[in-house]
Design a protein around this ligand. Structure first.
Ligand code: DC
Length: 209
């Protein structure tokens, strides 16, 4: 029997992760942050002193991924962000990660967040959310998050990095970032975390019936 799959997609720093995690808890479903898979692949390539755009090395890294890779503490930050986005543009890397994502959601169902969950990974997901916010607001949130973690950051650099990653994720030929035709759009620009979660849960519950 197939479980309920909820797809949460959207651009960088839109708050998808927090929302998806809370939705999963509210709906009693497992949660998978698929961005972590691409981050872990990017990190393995960086560790090998290689270029994250190198398709052969990145594919080998994707095929060698183990669950322990996802527990690494160095999967976030500007280098890891850009390396993840670069390896994510390589078709063989995406293919290598597809089965894992599908297997994760197939039996018990799941909430998955990423860029192509509703378009490619689970085109038949029962509910699809496309979460976005203005680039300025996403940069503001990411900047505050970095500050809270004690990471030195420059606000305009954070915004430039988000713009670069949006462009790279949306313009790649394979599985580009875009809303599925049947996705419910949620713009969180003027919503705080609580209001965004309440709106997301309403939308998803409405779709699940
Ligand atoms: O969601 P995130 O910011 O942690 O994702 C990191 C990068 O991984 C993102 O820039 C693009 C890529 N990614 C992807 O291409 N497809 C997904 N389903 C998830 C992430």
């Amino acid at each position: 029997m197939t479980g309920i799959v909820v797809a949460v997609d959207g651009p960088a720093a839109a708050g998808k992760g927090t929302l998806a995690r809370r939705l999963a808890a509210a709906l009693d479903l497992p949660y998978l942050d698929t961005g972590l898979l691409y981050r872990a692949v990017g990190r393995r390539v960086l560790d090998a002193d290689a270029d994250p755009r190198d398709a052969a090395i990145a594919e080998a890294a994707a095929r060698a991924l183990t669950p322990a890779d996802l527990d690494r503490t160095d999967l976030r930050g500007p280098m890891a962000d850009m390396a993840a986005s670069a390896v994510a543009a390589i078709p063989a890397v995406r293919a290598a990660l597809l089965d894992f994502q599908r297997a994760f959601g197939r039996d018990r169902g799941a909430v998955l967040d990423g860029r192509d969950i509703g378009t490619v990974v689970f085109p038949d997901a029962r509910a699809k959310l496309y979460v976005t916010a203005s680039v300025e607001e996403r940069a503001r949130r990411r900047f505050l998050e970095l500050q809270a973690r004690g990471v030195a950051a420059d606000r305009s650099q954070v915004e430039a990095e988000i713009r670069d990653r949006d462009a790279q994720d949306a313009n790649r030929p394979v599985a580009p970032l875009k809303p599925a035709p049947d996705a419910m759009l949620l713009d969180t620009t003027s919503l705080d975390a609580e209001a965004a979660f309440a709106a997301a849960l309403d939308l998803v519950r409405g779709r699940l019936g």
